[in-house]
Write a protein of this length. Sequence first.
Length: 277
Amino acid sequence: MNDYLEIFNLKKVYPSAKGPQTIVQGFNLKLRKGEFVTVIGHSGCGKSTVLMMVAGLSTITDGGIVLAGKELDGPGPDRGIVFQSPSLLPWMTAKENVMLGIEQVFFTAEKAEREQIAEYYLTVVGLADSMHKKPGELSQGMRQRVGIARAFALKPKMLLLDEPFGMLDSLTRYELQAVLLELWRKNKITAMMVTHDVDEALYLSDRIVCMTDGPEAGIGEIIEVNFPRPRDRKAVMEHPDYYQLRARLIEFLEVHAHKKKPAALAPVSATAVAITA
């Protein structure tokens, strides 16, 4: 396996009034170059926390993350991030918002070349006629298109997506999922996405990582998704394995996500048996 991203023994502890709270514990995952992996789980299980540690926006309590052979320490332009809300600067146009990152990453390029990059990605996401509009003039879906263009325009080694379509209506969500898949396919970029939407995970992913509930959340199961690529939504839903995989995911979320694996060296006690039984 060509491991491009390696996450090993990842742990995150937050302080609280009741003392240190371990949110994520013993999270181990490897991604191949060009792979699209989705992390799914209940709200509050720690999936976004894992993504933010990979992004370098949240400190790591223990463990480590290696991307393309380099251990990560803090944020960097090698990771493009798309958030649930794109957080655009309201006084700037869509193009100017995308240019912000481009000018920092490609500062040695000519201005015309930098502008060409911004215009290209805004056109690809369907904003050719709206790139000179400010965020207040754009719909939520259009603003998210700007966020996607901004992430891809940096030409990062890895794309990180934190429930990017969670605030959108169904039609807009389907449209942007297709836009994302096409950009991902063309750029052959390694992607890690957090979602709570089972159908979205099945449509987009090569593998789905199912997280157990917190505290001390970890990986409960990893599901391979082998639908042919490039993908068509109708063909995916008509695939003979689709509803079997969907049922498996739902069963995990409804039943297995709540179960805790015993610690490797923890002594077995009558109390522990009674709780887990």
